[in-house]
Structures are given as C-alpha cells and as structure tokens.
Design a protein around this ligand. Structure first.
Ligand code: GSH
Length: 221
C-alpha cells in the first residue's frame, strides 16, 4: 500500500503531514502550489474535485487509487491505522472530546482565517472583500484568545496527553496563520510557548524543515 499526501507548504495539510511523520511508516508527498493555482488544474481536480489540500491517496497496486479528503476524515483514518501513534486519544470519551476541539478548529478557527486570507471566496466586490477580511481579522484575534485559554487549561504537556497529537499540530498551524492575518502571535503567551514546544518535537521539526516554514509570520506595521 502506497500512501501519498497532497499538501501545500504552511496549509492545514501540515497537520496530516506531521501525523504521518509521527506514525513513522513510509509515505510519499506531492506538493501543490496554491499560489500558482495548481489546485484548480485539471490534473489536481481529477484527484480532488473540490480543489483543496489535504488529500490522502491510497494505492494498493499503483493503479487503483482511493482518495480521502477533509482533514477530520484524514486524521481519523490515520489514527485508526496507527492507533499507538497518539494522533488522537484511544479512550472513546477522550477521543470524542479531542474530535470536538479538532472540529471547532476546522469549522470555526480555520474558516475564519479563510475569510481573512481569501475573501474572494465570499464576494466579488472589492469593498465587500476588504470589509470581510478586516472584520474576520478581529474575530480571528478573539479565537486566538480562546485557543490561548484552551492551552492554559491543559493539564498535560500536549493538548491530548503527554505525547504530541493532531490537536497540537493544528494549534501550531492556526497560530502561525495569526501572523499572516497581521495579528502578533507572541501576545498569546501560553499559546506561543506551547507552539514553540510543539515546533521542537522531532516529527514537527522535520515537516517544518521540509515545508520551509517560518513560525512567526507577523510583521509589524
Ligand atoms: N474543509 C477542508 C478545508 C481545506 C482547506 O481549506 N484547504 C485550503 C488550504 S488550508 C486550500 O486548499 N485552499 C485552496 C483553495 O481553496 O483554493 C478540510 O478540512 O480539509
């Protein structure tokens, strides 16, 4: 079985990318250059008609491909296939609670950033796009406060226990995006300390290096 992750540097695909590294089994990667619009190419749309990363492509014999999209589904699949990697907790209640937070990260925090970064997805009017982006930047700062409080309240080293999990990788990505949204991530002290700790984990460090990411994207002014 060949497993290939279609990813874009710094995108939410960072999360399954880190989890594949954490699982420690062979996998391949294929980079999609979002800034060049490669996600809208005929070739990529044949893989994911929704034109987004991440996508996991599973191939048993090199000809038949099974495709999984949507980060929640991919993470759940990786957890089921690598149950001892710590991607999600194994206890059913703790797993449900972790997925509850993961779903919030995905359907609320992530989509708020999409409104800041890609307002053209929501309007074709220049003034409306500017207003959508600006308003959602304020919302994103509030969500960073919420994420900061979540990190402050954790009783363990990582968000779902004493080992790195999917929530930690998503937490890093969303905090990194704050800088892109012109919000200084270092103001959220507990969150920033946590994200740096996550970044120093070997599985995370490998992916940061491969995707050539800078953690603090904030530029004052
Ligand atoms: N709901 C999807 C969202 C995926 C998503 O937003 N992907 C972004 C990168 S973080 C993307 O591919 N954007 C390019 C585009 O929409 O054109 C998921 O959770 O996997």
């Amino acid at each position: 079985m060949t497993t290939t992750l279609y990813y874009a540097p710094g995108a939410c695909s960072f999360v399954p990318h880190v989890m594949l590294e954490l699982a420690g089994k062979p996998y391949e990667t294929a980079m999609v250059k979002l800034h060049k619009g490669e996600q809208k190419s005929e070739q990529y749309l044949a893989i994911n008609p929704r034109g987004q990363v991440p996508v996991l492509v599973l191939s048993a014999d090199g000809t038949k491909h099974t495709i999984i999209s949507q980060i929640v589904a991919i993470i759940n699949f990786l957890h089921d296939n690598h149950p001892s990697a710590g991607i999600l907790p194994s206890d059913p209640l703790k797993k449900a609670q972790a997925l509850q937070t993961f779903a919030w990260m995905n359907n609320t925090v992530h989509t708020t950033f999409t409104h800041v970064f890609m307002p053209a997805k929501f309007s074709d009017d220049a003034a409306t796009k500017a207003s959508i982006s600006q308003y959602n930047q304020t919302l994103y700062a509030q969500l960073m406060q919420e994420l900061n409080a979540l990190v402050e309240s954790k009783a363990t080293q990582y968000l779902t226990g004493d080992t790195l999990g999917a929530l930690d990788a998503y937490c890093l990505t969303l905090t990194r995006w704050a800088g892109i949204a012109k919000i200084d991530p270092t103001q959220f002290q507990a969150l920033w300390v946590h994200v740096q700790q996550v970044a120093s984990h070997p599985a995370v460090a490998v992916v940061i290096e491969r995707e050539r990411l800078t953690l603090n994207m904030y530029q004052a002014g």
